[in-house]
Write a protein that binds this ligand. Structure first.
Ligand code: HEM
Length: 445
């Protein structure tokens, strides 16, 4: 029982990777596996379960591990069809099948995705994170040896990733700041006016914000304490982004301001809502202040544009007057990491390198959390009264986009926004509890 919130959350059974932020900085790798033989698949799951169980029992682990399965992965392990049918429809369909809805079209469409992302071969997704490269290599070597003993498992993709000590990602902005607190997690909210979310918003088997317990996949041991995980490899066109701003700003300071208006925060992480005119590095660094704000005193977005990325993704109290949308039903935990070499400061030419973010979402409701935010708030502008404007940073912009910056005496409108983010692929996964992993390892179908 969590004494701060009075809610019980079965922390010993939940994979910690979804719930807790990681030590920073870190290096890591995402691995995708294909299960050709269900018996080897179950052995693998048994081994992963033992590692996670040891970590949950308090055995010091120098690396953190998160394990998730696609629908096809659960099928490949031999999970019975009645059970498979009880998972959320979007999960069963998979991300590639949802591409049109999600705005993954044109260059971001599944036809252009990096293989094997979006194919039937992706069964297991593993994230391994370590505080340094030597530890990560050690784990990779152990995994390689274990893998050699399981010929029915193929390693089909590896993506190395990292988090810089500054927490900044490829466009130069500190990321991962705005996160909801979860009842029973023991972690206080960083936005002091946002009550912690009901546990059922993030984990299956608990009451959620609607007061209900959403249907849990059956049997209960498989579904309860699990969470859906979305991962997307998002290439960021950093040179295009920098050149776009350079062409529209008279000074470096104006470039920084336009960038901050686009994101809703300065590069340091300082929110425009608290520091509208200039960056404040100390505020950006301070976890007690950098997420503690509302938009209520800025309804028209003079400080933080209503169309900026972070305000769209979490409008906080900005929609309260409308009476129609409950923002609390559309929150999510994000666990993104960077990949690829940063583009050196000041470079405006594209060097052809792949770089960006592995965007990771964790939550109990794929449709009303990840998909809703992506489609209704990032890809569309109806909710902010600008139907033709999509998110200036991550909007699809198959057609050149625009972005309105409210200011006096007249607003400024950025035109011809190209796509700054291209989807390279992704998957919908399910991260089961530790008891579910044991159940999967012991399947005898
Ligand atoms: C390459 C793509 C993306 C980049 C570079 C990016 C970058 C950022 C940055 C710099 C912030 C502000 C710092 C923070 O609060 O953590 C942020 C916030 C956020 N982003 Fe993204 N983002 C990307 C894609 C997405 C997508 C696809 C979604 C959801 C579907 C999303 C959802 C959010 C949310 C929920 C917040 C927190 C807002 C808040 O609580 O204030 N982002 N993002």
């Amino acid at each position: 029982m969590d004494l701060t919130t009075g809610a019980a959350l079965d922390l010993d059974d939940i994979q910690a990777g979804a719930l807790f932020e990681r030590p920073s900085p870190y290096v890591g790798a995402y691995l995708l596996l294909r299960i050709r033989d269900r018996h080897d698949g179950r052995k693998l799951v048994g081994r992963l379960h033992r590692i996670l169980d040891a970590a949950a029992a308090g055995e010091a682990l120098e690396t953190s591990l998160t394990v998730a399965f696609t629908y096809r992965g659960l099928k490949a392990l031999g999970v019975p069809q009645t059970s498979l049918d009880s998972f959320a429809p979007e999960f069963r369909e998979g991300m590639a099948a949802r591409a049109e809805i999600l705005g993954d079209t044109g260059q971001s469409g599944p036809d252009h995705w990096e293989k094997p992302l979006g194919t039937a071969d992706v069964h297991v997704a593993i994230a391994v994170l370590s505080s340094d490269q030597a530890r990560l290599d050690e784990v990779a070597e152990k995994a390689r040896r274990a893998h050699a003993e399981l010929p029915g498992i193929d390693l089909i993709w590896r993506q190395d990733c990292y988090q810089l000590a500054t927490g900044r990602t490829s466009f130069g902005f500190k990321d991962g700041i705005g996160q909801p607190a979860v009842e029973g997690s023991g972690r206080p909210a960083t936005d002091s006016r946002e009550r912690p979310l009901k546990a059922g918003e993030i984990f299956l088997g608990y009451p959620d914000e609607s007061g209900e317990v959403a249907p849990v996949p059956v049997p209960e041991v498989l579904g309860r304490n699990g969470t859906y995980v979305v991962f997307r490899k998002l290439h960021t066109r950093v040179a295009a982004y920098r050149s776009y701003l350079r062409a529209r700003a008279a000074t470096r300071a104006e470039e920084d301001l336009l960038g901050a208006k686009i994101v809703g925060r300065w590069q340091s992480g300082a929110p425009l809502a608290l520091s509208p005119d200039e960056d404040d590095a100390e505020l950006g660094r301070d976890p007690h202040r950098n997420n503690d704000f509302r938009f209520g005193d800025d309804p028209r977005g003079f400080k933080c544009p209503v169309g900026s990325h972070a305000r769209r993704a979490n409008p906080r109290d900005a929609l309260d007057q409308e009476g129609s949308v409950d923002v609390r039903l559309h929150r999510m935990i994000r666990r993104g990491t960077s990949y690829g070499p940063p583009l050196p400061d000041g470079v405006l030419e594209d060097d052809g390198a792949e770089r960006g973010i592995i965007f990771v979402f964790a939550g109990a409701h794929l449709k009303r959390q990840f998909e809703f935010v992506k489609t209704q708030w990032l890809n569309d502008g109806i909710f902010i009264g600008a139907p033709r404007e999509s998110d200036p940073l991550v909007g699809p912009h198959d057609e050149p986009g625009s972005f309105t910056i409210p200011q006096r005496p007249i607003r400024r409108r950025l035109q011809d926004l190209p796509p700054f983010v291209i989807t390279r692929g992704g998957e919908y996964c399910f991260a089961p509890s530790l008891s579910a992993l044991r159940w999967l390892a012991e399947l005898d179908t």
